[in-house]
Design a protein around this ligand. Structure first.
Ligand code: EPU
Length: 457
């Protein structure tokens, strides 16, 4: 095993960043506003028609990038979306000692020789939640890591207690020092871990720590998202031994540290971006083919869209959607996979805002995730929230206005709302959308939306 540096002292000569960040975030001024941000201008659009290629999943690729820390050499990731978060994750990995290059669109090469600095500093961790995914690989492989504790975000507090207690059950000693999580373990050992809740991030961190642990780790009530199965598939191709992929009981037989090898892997398509284009077709009464979308990853959502009156035809290479002139309202509750993902919710609320009838939406993951509702109400939506419920009374159309994207998914939902709003809708805070959407504006315009991106004045 290559020597690890002292995690309390970041090496000043860490490998240089050679990555090409997708669209790096603009600097923020004292109020948090991005100073060189763009706006998206949307006009009411007729039925969208045509084909959209669905990019790779943000919430998979960022974890795949972190998993490359587990083996030296040259890793190749394909179907990598052109999103800002890939650039931020590349910056974090560069600080740790991984060189990232993008020789062709959709392809990312990550290289290192194992001489890594197991430190994730605050300025990078606070920019991207997925930075906590370096915890499991670095601790499992090098026996030490210092990671700045991530804070909450726009939709509430996001603790990592399950990540930490799982690692402690595997023999890690963890302390909190000056805002950092500092973890040590001579070598982690296998453990039986049962999550109170199927946390995506905790499942990923325990998985990537367990691949190098001594003995067998069993994770019960593991998260089952397709992005976790994608991570497992990549880990297996690196030489990890994992049973139960895609189920809520993952069994990981640890291999000797240093025995995993670099790999090539294709990222799963992004089900949240796919749902965004479904929503765009739905509110405009359009018909789209979503090339690459996986209906089997979106089963519950597609069933509910059928309940709303959409015609959905799963195909071997994508999904066709045909929307009625006006959708019917439904009630929806968010749940861990295979339930309706919380990340779909702003899109569903937007669809209900123009559907026929009244729909009740219940949020079971992030109670604070209704901030964007005020922005939708500025567009004329009739939505009342009470705790983790929203009551949405559908209207035939919305009314364009300036609005601000509070986070990635809500930002995309405001764009979709603009397609069915009379007049002009101008969305600011576009850097949020850029974090998770690969050319949302270009893709929507290519199927007939009246939409453009402009520099903010
Ligand atoms: N939770 C705890 N303790 C923990 C871990 C989680 O209390 O140790 C709670 C969280 O506070 C939250 C719930 O469990 O209430 C779900 O958290 P989870 O760990 O499952 O989510 P995550 O890994 O932090 C990922 C996605 C989110 C997505 C959620 C749920 C990434 C980078 N993020 O977050 O995606 O909403 O799973 O599906 O994969 C987004 O892409 O915009 C986004 C926010």
């Amino acid at each position: 095993m290559p020597p690890a540096s002292d995690p309390t002292h970041a090496r000043p000569d860490a490998a240089p960043a050679a990555h090409q960040a997708a669209r790096p975030e603009a600097p923020a001024d004292a109020t948090g506003r991005r100073t060189s941000d763009a706006v998206v201008v949307v006009h009411r659009s007729g039925p969208l028609q045509g084909e959209v290629v669905v990019p790779g999943a943000k919430n998979s690729v960022l974890k795949l990038m972190a998993a490359t820390l587990l083996a030296d050499g040259t890793h190749t990731l394909r179907n990598v979306p052109d999103i800002a978060d890939v650039g931020i994750m590349s910056d974090l990995l560069a600080a740790i000692g991984v060189t990232t290059t993008s020789p062709a669109p959709g392809e990312l090469i990550l290289q290192h020789s194992g001489d890594l600095v197991p430190v994730a500093p605050y300025d990078l961790v606070e920019r991207i939640r997925a930075s906590i995914n370096v915890l499991g690989p670095l601790l499992g492989r090098f026996g030490q890591v210092r990671l700045s504790l991530p804070g909450g975000d726009d939709f509430g507090s996001r603790p990592i207690d399950m990540h930490l207690s799982g690692l402690e059950a595997m023999g890690a000693t963890i302390t909190l020092e000056h805002g950092d999580v500092v973890a040590f373990a001579d070598r982690l050992h296998g453990a039986d871990i049962t999550f109170e809740f199927p946390s995506v991030g905790a499942t990923e961190n325990i998985l990537t720590a367990a691949v190098h642990a001594k003995g067998t780790t069993v994770i019960d009530n593991a998260a089952r998202e397709p992005e976790i199965a994608d991570l497992c598939t990549m880990l297996v191709s690196m030489g990890a031994e994992i049973e139960g992929i895609g189920t809520s009981r993952l069994v990981v037989h640890g291999v000797e540290p240093g025995s995993l090898r670099a790999t090539e892997h294709e990222t799963v398509p992004d089900r949240i971006q796919a749902a965004t284009y479904l929503a765009a077709a739905a509110v405009t009464g359009g018909e789209l083919f979503l090339r690459g979308a996986r209906a089997d990853h979106m089963d519950m959502l597609l069933r509910r869209f059928v309940d709303m009156g959409l015609e959905i035809v799963p195909q071997h290479d994508g999904i066709t959607v045909h929307a009625p002139e006006r959708m019917r309202s439904i009630d929806v509750a968010t749940l861990p996979y295979p339930g309706i993902a919380t990340d779909y919710k702003p899109l569903i609320v937007t669809m209900l805002a123009v559907a026929d009838g009244v729909g009740i939406v219940t949020e079971n993951l992030y109670p604070g995730r209704f901030r964007y509702v005020e922005e939708l109400c500025r567009l004329g939506a009739d939505i009342r929230t009470d705790g983790h419920h929203a009551v949405v009374r559908g209207r035939p159309a919305l009314s364009g206005a300036p609005v601000r994207a509070p986070d990635i998914r809500a930002g995309a939902a405001l764009v979709i709302a603009g397609l069915v709003a009379d007049g002009t809708t101008t969305i600011s805070g576009v850097h949020h959308i850029d974090r998770g959407y690969d050319d949302l504006v270009g893709r929507l315009r290519s199927v007939g939306a009246s939409i453009e991106r402009r520099p903010a004045r």
